[in-house]
Write a protein that binds this ligand. Structure first.
Ligand SMILES: Cc1cc2nc3c(=O)[nH]c(=O)nc-3n(C[C@H](O)[C@H](O)[C@H](O)COP(=O)(O)OP(=O)(O)OC[C@H]3O[C@@H](n4cnc5c(N)ncnc54)[C@H](O)[C@@H]3O)c2cc1C
Length: 339
């Protein structure tokens, strides 16, 4: 028989995030469907407010709490989750796919010789056995699968289940003592880039795509990567456009070629990248191959600049193709914007 453990890390005020309550809802439903015991495992500085949410659940509540567990940090989170697992001896562990549990729980699954699946969107009782639905390949393929190995750790995506919402009360919980070694890592704050340094701007009207052509040899036989960087960043800063990329350009970092420092795989548009929803798009130095252009399906007004009159954009994929040197075009555009 299955034995389910729901694990959640509490918020700074001791309660649970909505995504954790969604997984708690899924855990309760699954335990009823499978006739399995349910244990609730909480980790955080103060977990009593979260425990009280489950006063009416009838589930046993275990906790690892204290100042050591207030911060998201792999060693303390993993040791806490491991202690909960050793105390509850679950066959199935359900947790929200938050950054905190996504970082810690795969390692815990390894320590317990279990298995872990991420990007889970549904758990179901299939003829008395657990089956899950999860995404692969950046949400392009959905699979339904079962596993024989236990414990099976499942990280559920947000928005996939109705949140647990029984009336709160005063819950009794069992504290599990965990010895924590001296920690080398202390979280002192969060540093995020200035908004004008962020190149991905979902709300921008324009998507500006840079392709691998920017880093290739130009008609003079030379590469002009620093000039290209200046032109691309100059346009992004002045226009407020969002920066997209072809796969070839962002993959170059792995191949040790000249790259744009400000570009990452997060900028990639296409079949294996993002499908942004900007009103307009301008593609530069990008060939416009189908696996890239498929990511433009929600961009209605499309223009491209390419030296090659036979590039993919010319074949009905752009409304306007400028057969021109993007270095010259963007220099002129940036000069106009500066005025
Ligand atoms: C399974 C699979 C999934 C894929 N998924 C994606 C994806 O998600 N996103 C994606 O982008 N690709 C994807 N690809 C790759 C895709 O097929 C192309 O290889 C890729 O998009 C090519 O990138 P590019 O156009 O920037 O580079 P290139 O093909 O190298 O094209 C560079 C272009 O720059 C032009 N150029 C050069 N210099 C200038 C200049 N001075 N002025 C104007 N134009 C110039 C050239 O004429 C050329 O057309 C996928 C491929 C496969 C097989």
């Amino acid at each position: 028989m299955e034995n389910i453990l729901f694990i959640a890390f509490t918020e700074p005020d001791g309660t649970l995030h909505k995504t954790a309550l969604e997984v708690a809802g899924a855990a309760c439903e699954l335990s009823q469907q499978l006739g399995a015991a349910l244990t609730i495992g909480l980790v955080g500085a103060d977990v009593q407010p979260a425990a009280n949410l489950f006063a009416a659940s009838g589930a046993k509540i275990l906790a690892v709490s204290g100042a050591d567990f207030s911060q998201s940090r792999y060693p303390t989170d993993a040791v806490a989750a491991e202690a909960l697992c050793r105390a509850a001896a679950p066959t199935i562990v359900l947790a929200p796919a938050s950054s905190r549990s996504s970082r810690a729980l795969p390692g815990v699954a390894f320590r317990l010789n279990g298995r872990v699946d991420t990007h889970v969107v549904a758990v179901a009782n299939q003829a008395g056995a657990l089956s899950i639905s999860r995404w692969y390949y950046r949400q392009r393929m959905e699979a339904v699968l079962t596993r024989a190995e236990r414990p099976w750790f499942l990280l559920l995506e947000s928005g996939c289940h109705v949140p647990y919402a029984e009336a709160p009360g005063t819950a009794a919980l069992e504290n599990i003592a965990v010895a924590v070694l001296p920690q080398r890592t202390t979280v002192t704050g969060v540093r995020a880039p200035q908004s004008d340094q962020q190149t991905i701007r979902p709300d921008a009207k324009l998507l500006f795509v840079a392709g691998a052509g920017w880093t290739k040899k130009q008609p003079d036989g030379q590469m002009h990567v620093p000039d290209a960087e200046k032109l691309v960043l100059g346009f992004i800063r002045q226009s407020g456009a969002s920066l997209g990329s072809s796969k070839s350009l962002v993959d170059q970092s792995g191949e040790g070629q000249a790259v744009f420092e400000f570009m990452s795989h997060l900028n990639q548009v296409g079949q294996t990248g993002a499908t942004p929803r900007h009103q307009k798009g301008l593609s530069t130095c990008c060939h416009g191959e189908e696996p890239h252009v498929v990511g433009w399906r929600f961009v209605n007004e499309r223009r491209a600049v390419n030296l090659d009159p036979n590039c993919g954009w010319a074949r009905g994929k752009a409304d306007v193709l400028y057969v021109a040197d993007a270095f010259a075009v963007m220099e002129a555009v940036n000069a106009l914007l500066q005025k």
